[in-house]
Design a binder for this molecule. Sequence first.
Ligand code: CAA
Length: 385
Amino acid sequence: MDFSVPQEITMMVETIRNFVKKDLDPISQQVEEEDHIPEEIVEKMRGLGLFGLSIPEEYGGLGLSMLGEVMVQEEIAKTNGCFRSRISTNNGLGSQGLILSGTEEQKKRYLPKIASGEWTACFGLTEPEAGSDAANIQTTAVLKGDHWILNGTKIFITNADCAQVATVFALTDRQKRAKGGITAFLVEKGTPGFSVGKPEKKMGLRGNHTNELIFDDCTVPKANVIGGDAMIGQGFRIAMQVLDKGRMTIAASAVGAAQKLLDISIEHAKTRVQFGAPLAKLQAIQFMLADMATQIYAARQMLYHAACLRDQRGTSVIMEASMTKLFCTEMAGRVADMAVQIFGGMGYTKDCPAERFYRDLRLTRIYEGTSEIQRVVIARELLKD
Ligand code: CAA
C-alpha cells in the first residue's frame, strides 16, 4: 500500500498546525472556563476552509480525500477538543446525508453555505429511547398535502444551538422501521414547530454544546426529504452510511489528542525533577512513554490504512471504520490515563491540559456508536454470509 501523502494535504496539515499553535492553544483555557468559542476564532476557521474539508469543491468545499480529512482532523484535535467539535458536524454528520443521497437541487441549496461555515449543520438521530438502538426512534413524520408533520424530540445533538439546518430522522412507517420505515429530512431553523431545547451539562468538551431538538407539529416541505420521494423510507441506511464516515473522524480526533498527550508527557518527564533527576530517567516513566508511543503508532497506521481503503473503494468501509473507531478511541483512553499518571498530582488539576484531554476523550468511546456497538458491527460483518 502506498502511503505517500499528496503535497496539498501536507501543506494543509502544516497550516492547521500553525493555526492551532498561534490561535487556538493560547485561548484553550479561556474557552474552557467561559464555555464559549469567540466568534472571531470561528471566523478564522471559516477562512481556512475548516467547515468544508470533506465537501466537494463544486459545492464550495475543499474536497479533501478521506486520508486528507483524517490528517487535518488529527491536527486540530491536538488542542481543546471543542474546536474540532465545532467543525465536525459540517464535515460529517450534518452534511454527509446530503452529499451521499441528496438531490442536485438540495446539494446546491445547502452545501455551499455549510462548506463556507456560514451555516452550521447538525444531525438529529438520537432520542431518549433510541441511543445505541437507533432504529427505535419515536419521532414521527406524517404527510399532509405538501408538507410532512414532524413530532418528537431528539437529544444530545452536537452544535444544535448554532445550527441553521438539521438532518432529522423520523418514522414514516412504524412497522417497517429500519427496513424502509425511517426517512431523512432537512429541517431549517425557523421552520414552524421546530425549536432547540435545553443544553446538556456535560463532563467535558466545554465550549461546544449539545441540545435537544424539539418538533411540535413541525411542518417540513415535501421537497426537504433528503434525496426526494425516491428516498422515502431509506433514512436508516443514510444514517448508517453517514456514521461509517463519522466514525473514522472520531478515530482521527482520538489519535491527534493521544499524540498531544504523549508530547506534553515527554516534555514534563524531561523537566520535572524528582529524586534528584528528571522523571525521564525513571524506567517506570520510560515504559509508559514507550507504551503510549507504540499504541499511537499502531492506531495511526490503522487509521491511515482505513482512510486510504475508503478513498480507493469510493464507498463506506463498514467493518474497517468500526475497527478503527474502536481501536483508536480505546487506545486514546489508555494514553490519557498514562498521561495523567505521569503528571501525577498536577495531572488531576484543571491547570494541566492532561486533565481536560482525559475528560474530553472519554466521549470518543461513546458518541457516534459506543465501543460495544462497534464490536456488534464488526462481528456482524465477520459472520455475514
Ligand atoms: N450501511 C448501509 N446500510 C446499513 C448499514 C451500513 N453501515 N448498517 C445497516 N444498514 C441497513 C441494513 O442493511 C438493513 O437494511 P436491509 O434490511 O434493507 O438490508 C437496515 O439498515 C437495518 O440494519 P440492521 O438490521 O443492522 O439494524 P439494527 O437495528 O440491528 O442496528 C446498529 C444496527 C449497528 C446497532 C445501529 O443501530 C447502530 O449503529 N447503532 C448506533 C447508533 C449510533 O452510532 N448513534 C450515534 C448517534 S450520532 C452522535 O452520537 C453524534 C452527536 O451529535 C452526539
